[in-house]
Design a protein around this ligand. Sequence first.
Ligand SMILES: [Cu+2]
Length: 240
Amino acid sequence: MRTFLGLGSWCEAPAGRLFVGVATIVALIVAARAGAGPLGGVVQTKARPGTAPAPAIVYAEPADGAAPRRPGRFEMLQKGRAFVPAVLAIPVGSTVDFPNRDPIFHNIFSLSPPEPFDLGLYRAGEARSRVFTRPGAYRVFCNIHPEMTAFIAVAPSPWVALADAQGRYRLELPPGRYRLTALSERASPTSIEVVVGTAPADAPPLTLDELQFVAARHKNKFGQDYPASAYGTRKPGPDR
Ligand SMILES: [Cu+2]
């Protein structure tokens, strides 16, 4: 039998503080030549030995003025008793479709503080959708299968990216001053300020710390423990 550690009670407090940066460093990025101005960089994660870092999310907010709204449409499948993909990074206002591609029922929900939701129970072949109007970090679960866990980061701007396995990311930013924030499902957010010119540039590294993260069984949609029968007889999903 395998125990599913599903990012439980520890997680909700940091999620509520998602967009409060921990450390702020001012860094100036000097434009070298005219043209498009993508900002690249790398997120370095302090992870436990032998543990792959959780996927990092990076987003930029204008330091002065409001960010434009450019919502998109995204998809998170329920397939093989897992969420696919298990991590999404989306602009605020975006819609996420949650199709059920399994031959069994699922019940997707989140208790995360930005805006808890419950999509209810639905069968194979059906899809339900949700518009994420509030920025923040959403831990997403299934009320039947505790091994199903996902993470959706809703950025307050259109400039958001999921870093690759090496922590590298790229954001297409108009020239200006920005607050750049990185976070993951296992690390509190950290921010720096950057000034973006008209030429491609690299931001100073952002560092995430997973060492404080303690995995725990998460609760069901009623805030209660799952029945013991929900564990152990199920096919294991991703242990994240
Ligand atoms: Cu399920």
